[in-house]
Design a protein around this ligand. Structure first.
Ligand SMILES: Cc1cc2nc3c(=O)[nH]c(=O)nc-3n(C[C@H](O)[C@H](O)[C@H](O)COP(=O)(O)OP(=O)(O)OC[C@H]3O[C@@H](n4cnc5c(N)ncnc54)[C@H](O)[C@@H]3O)c2cc1C
Length: 318
């Protein structure tokens, strides 16, 4: 996606955004530091509102333009193009992080780190999310992805999700009205999530804390956490494991530039040294082709691609 916005256009837009969302508005801000991959070019305009009102203000400004909007959470499930994002990046991270318990429920800001919620709940003797300990990222991203691990997905503790539609109108959806799927929640993809209500079950705090530590240790043993990555690049195909298929296709350790298929867990593509998004992307394509040739299975990507990946030989766009 290319847009021909002049510097003046961007400065005008940034001025409008600063008026409605005082705080952090920038032009040409590099996105790589905001991703777990440490990869990606700059965003044309960056805005990080410090309140829900600010988010609404941003949406009201952007809806009157033709500029595309991208919502960035904690960046742990993203591959951002080397060319960056040609529109507005609305960041929902520590600027919208909050956590308020009331009985066995909590109202949580979308930018709050998942692990922070899990630990705070465990300390209060509230369980149901411990299996998700160690999934990087924030609450908004976890809901959008229906993140999960060890048989538990975030949908199981979700009571309601709140935020805005793209036009800035507020919305709050109850759990029963959200069609969560495997690593997806299509309705939530159409909104900008600003908070959620979680419902826990009471359990002894000591047991919950121990379970969290156990899960974190297990992840450390099984996952290649020593290099930047986005976790599993592909979803689990029904009846198989993506990592096992990739390994059986002879691709463990396969490398393109600074991107490498992990030798520890072939479902991960690692940034082992200044990988470009194109390196990771080429490796993704190679894996998809090889697994299809060997097994006739089309792997589905879990990682979200952001920006333009069209280049020689590839006409695939996110
Ligand atoms: C080492 C490692 C291990 C991982 N292990 C797991 C695992 O076990 N299970 C698992 O499910 N995932 C795993 N992941 C992937 C990732 O951590 C999850 O998908 C996570 O929930 C993404 O949250 P995020 O805040 O980083 O979202 P981002 O990566 O920032 O965004 C992901 C998507 O959600 C959208 N989004 C983000 N915030 C909002 C919002 N507020 N409103 C609307 N849309 C939003 C973005 O536009 C994007 O499309 C792993 C990743 C890494 C790096």
């Amino acid at each position: 996606m290319t847009l021909s916005l002049t510097r003046k256009d961007l400065e005008d837009l940034a001025a409008h955004l600063s008026a409605v969302a005082p705080g952090d508005v920038r032009i040409d801000k590099p996105l790589a530091p905001y991703t777990s991959y440490r990869i990606g070019g700059p965003t044309a305009v960056w805005v990080a509102p410090g309140s829900e009102d600010g988010v609404r203000g941003v949406l009201e400004v952007v809806r009157n333009t033709t500029i595309p909007l991208f919502v960035l959470g904690r960046g742990s499930n993203l591959l951002i193009s080397d060319r960056g994002w040609p529109g507005v990046t609305l960041y929902i991270g520590e600027n919208l992080s909050s956590l308020q318990f009331s009985g066995a429920q909590a109202e949580v800001g979308a930018g709050t780190l998942l692990l922070e919620v899990i630990r705070a709940a465990a300390d209060r003797g509230l369980g149901g999310m411990e299996q998700m300990a160690g999934i990087p990222g924030g609450v908004g991203g976890a809901l959008r992805m229906n993140a999960g691990a060890f048989g538990r997905e975030i949908e199981s503790v979700t009571a309601a999700v709140a935020g805005f539609r793209a036009d800035g109108s507020p919305c709050r959806i109850a759990r029963q009205d959200i069609a969560f799927g495997y690593r997806c929640a299509p309705q939530l993809g159409e909104m900008i999530i600003t908070s959620a209500r979680f419902r826990f079950q009471t359990e002894p705090a000591t047991m919950l804390r121990a379970r969290v530590d156990e899960i974190l240790a297990l992840r450390k043993r099984k996952q290649p956490l020593e290099h930047p990555s986005c976790g599993s690049v592909f979803k689990r195909p029904p009846g198989y494991y993506a990592g096992a298929l990739i390994e059986a296709s002879g691709l463990k350790g396969e490398r393109v530039g600074g991107a490498e298929v992990s030798r520890k867990h072939a479902g991960f593509i690692l940034n082992v040294g200044d990988a470009a998004a194109t390196d990771v992307y080429r490796l993704i394509r190679r894996i998809e082709e090889r697994v299809f040739e060997r097994f006739g299975i089309r792997l589905e990507r879990e990682v979200h691609l952001v920006g333009d990946f069209s280049e020689e030989g590839f006409d695939d766009r996110p």
